[in-house]
Design a protein. Sequence first.
Length: 184
Amino acid sequence: MGDTFAVIGSTLVYEGALLDLEVRTLRAPDGAVLQREVVHHPGAVAVLLMDGSDAVLIRQHRTAVGGDVLEIPAGLLDRAGEPPEEAAARECVEEVGLRPRRLTRLGGIHTSVGFTDEYIHLFLGEDPVAEDAGQAHGEEAALQVVRIPFDQLARQARDGQLDDAKTIVAVLAVAARRDADTGS
């Protein structure tokens, strides 16, 4: 199909601290004129942090869904020029007080291509060392660190017991790698 829709206009309607909202006017292949709202996001990182056989997750309040969510440590690419690997390690320290000695890229995901350009770089973090994160603020001040044996977490992902997309994708990616390594 390719790039068959032409952008014929664009208006930035909101510029925020976390995201921007643009309204784009497009011409479709059949000549129809369409308007679409696009949320621009700086991008993010997320880390499936392993400490031995345990995955280190967080339970954190997420205002958008109106409650707490069990998820892997994650955060914005909000520091100019910071490589995703450095942001991933920083987020682990800020959220769970652990810095992975090894980071392996798992790939990445576009979170919801129907309305946003958000892209999350996914990593496996291993062999963590404790590091003081300093004073937490906002939602991070109230988060809870949760340790779950990886095999149990992988079953939860496969059984539909997790609902955070980045967490599910990272867990299933690592589970698939482990299965391939063991010939399962």
